[in-house]
Design a protein around this ligand. Structure first.
Ligand code: URA
Length: 205
């Protein structure tokens, strides 16, 4: 196998194949028959990033965080000095939840039942990878990992005790940054997000 020249290529080359058989057997409450989008990254990754659910692009490609939110995450990771290809990247919910509006598939936020449905599959990934640090990106991931709703804005950027005592750091979801209306807020929130990821890097070392 020739060495990968880009992060994307590297990620494609080392898709964790022992997850593959699960793709078609994870039941989807709303997307019967669709393949699940599982995590990717080294199975000995020191850091596991957990998002909400695959979006439209992720569902089509079968890979996590490759759409607009993923591109923003990539930039923030880079600015924080984190190599994405060294991280395990996954989601709390393994299928894209959406409503069809004409040709468009509009994102729907997963509810507590959806989070509980997928939790065993997320836990299986955590047990397999056993990372030094979990990073919860946004409310859904935080709820899935801590088993309860938590105020992200109050608890972000601190290392807490997560599942089985595993260290966990909560931060915002990159889509939150995409939705901010004004440039000043965007800049400020970008700085805080990169800062949180910097704390994650220091903690996972
Ligand atoms: N793409 C993902 O894979 N996860 C998210 O949470 C958002 C976009």
């Amino acid at each position: 196998q020739p060495a990968a020249e880009t992060c994307d290529e590297a990620a494609r080359q080392r898709s964790p194949n022992d997850h593959e058989p699960q793709r078609d057997v994870i039941p989807a409450p709303w997307a019967e028959g669709r393949a699940a989008v599982l995590g990717e990254g080294p199975l000995d990754a020191p850091m596991m990033l957990v998002g909400e659910q695959p979006g439209d692009e992720e569902d089509r490609a079968g890979r996590p965080f490759i759409g607009p939110a993923g591109r923003l995450l990539d930039r923030a990771l880079q600015e924080a000095g984190i190599d994405r290809t060294a991280c395990y990247v996954t989601n709390a919910v393994k299928h894209f939840k959406y409503v069809q509006r004409g040709p468009r598939r509009l994102h729907q936020t997963p509810d507590a039942g959806d989070i509980a449905h997928y939790r065993p599959f997320l836990m299986r990934e955590i047990v397999q990878v056993a990372p030094g640090l979990l990073v919860a990106l946004g409310a859904t991931a935080s709820q899935a990992l801590l088993g309860r709703k938590v105020p992200i804005t109050k608890m972000r950027g601190e290392v807490l005790s997560g599942p089985g005592g595993m260290p966990i750091l909560l931060t915002v979801h990159p889509s939150y940054l995409l939705r901010l209306p004004d440039e000043a807020a965007k800049r400020a929130e970008w700085g805080r997000f990169v800062h949180d990821l910097g704390v994650a890097l220091q903690t996972s070392r």
